[in-house]
Design a binder for this molecule. Sequence first.
Ligand code: MN
Ligand code: MN
Length: 275
Amino acid sequence: MRFIGTKEDGRVVVLGVPLDVTTSFRPGTRFAPSEVRRISFDAIESYSPYLDADIEECDVGDLGDLELPFGNVTGALDIIEREVSRLLERGKRVVCFGGEHLLSLAAVKAHLDVYPDIVVLHVDAHTDLRDEYLGERLSHATVLRRIVDLGADFCQVGVRSGTREEFAFASDRALFFHPFSLPDAGRLSEVLGGRPVYLSLDVDVLDPSCCPGVGTPEPGGVMYSELVGFLAGLSGLNLVGADVVELCPLVDSTGNSAVVGASLLREVILLLCAP
Ligand code: MN
Ligand code: MN
């Protein structure tokens, strides 16, 4: 079932963001949007039994992939921010599909203009809270720190890799910090109440045994069924935007990671389709 790519516009729109410039280990996230689109044409149902919802019954559009300049980080981030802002001004809910995690900085910046009290729900194996990485302040390893610099509140779950300082920063500054595993969604809704939430899902939160096709694999992660159950629990939150990032499909020669990424994208799209 072709679950994205059939319609160009909708209330919820998927935007491919093949940003792939600061990846420190295995590059190739730029190929995720096209690979997932291909997979969605024939390998994935549009119906999610987890959410009892069907993309075919929702108003979902696919805007294709942004064209980004290679080697120009700030230029690429500007293009992403402008496009997401333009879509939010038209009343859309946007799912950015990466691409590397740094794209979230531009997407969150655009959302902050519309939702000044937005909370970023960061789901990742990595803390991404370094102040700089190899001398660079703009990196997939610093993205959440730059988002904090913008003034956004954040919750962080599933993390199991980072520096001691990053873990201390997270436990000090996060509204809710839940390392190593995924919390019961009820605890998150207690913390978040009705505040607008931006979900940033780095697929490397999954264990590499079920999703090896990522830029920076990290052992000790959650299983797919845990993640999809966690996502279903978010349906009670006021989700206003999301991204799915860091899938690096071509390093997994079985092709299974692209199927995992496409399946997660379906769940995230459906979460944003909720009224
Ligand atoms: Mn990340
Ligand atoms: Mn990560």
